[in-house]
Design a protein around this ligand. Sequence first.
Ligand SMILES: [Zn+2]
Length: 206
Amino acid sequence: MLTRYSEARLPTAHGEFRVVVYRTGQPGGAGASVIGLAHEEHVAMVMGDVAGPGVLTRVHSSCFTGEVMGSLRCDCRAQLEGALARIAREGRGVLVYLVQEGRGIGLGNKVRAYQLQDEGHDTVEANLALGFRADHRDYGVGAQILYDLGIRRLRLMTNNPGKYVALKGYGLELVERVPLEAPAGTDNRRYLETKKQKLGHLLESV
Ligand SMILES: [Zn+2]
């Protein structure tokens, strides 16, 4: 159950987008606890006419620590900014922002995983040690949002082959993978190396 709940013009540092908020019918879902809302809400940032073929698309999962607090443990903020900037350069595209923190395990568990990482685990081992899979994210809602926006054939900005395969499984036609790389730094190098080696991410910078 996905409802297009509200939308408005949203001027940003990257130019003017349309922000569209979707709600799922599941009160208190994984995203709801993070942002304190009764319903799970997800967002699409839309620029230009996105219903035509080959639209530039990013399906992005939320990261409170990286995107709001400026954490350097990951590359989420750089990827978010990079995706919005690239859409703005083309003048057309969509960024779907899924509220699913910590590859789907929630904020509290993500911070527990950080603690384990400081004790020597890598990002995948830490998730497994807490009893989770390496990646709990679900792209079904993202695919439904793209459908609702009239998108069928798209160019996907991602380094993650798993996401590419997951979205294809929902019947979307992916005509191109567009790399989206952030430079590695001291605090996120091991994280990026693990994503490359254990999760198969296509990264040039590590
Ligand atoms: Zn992050």
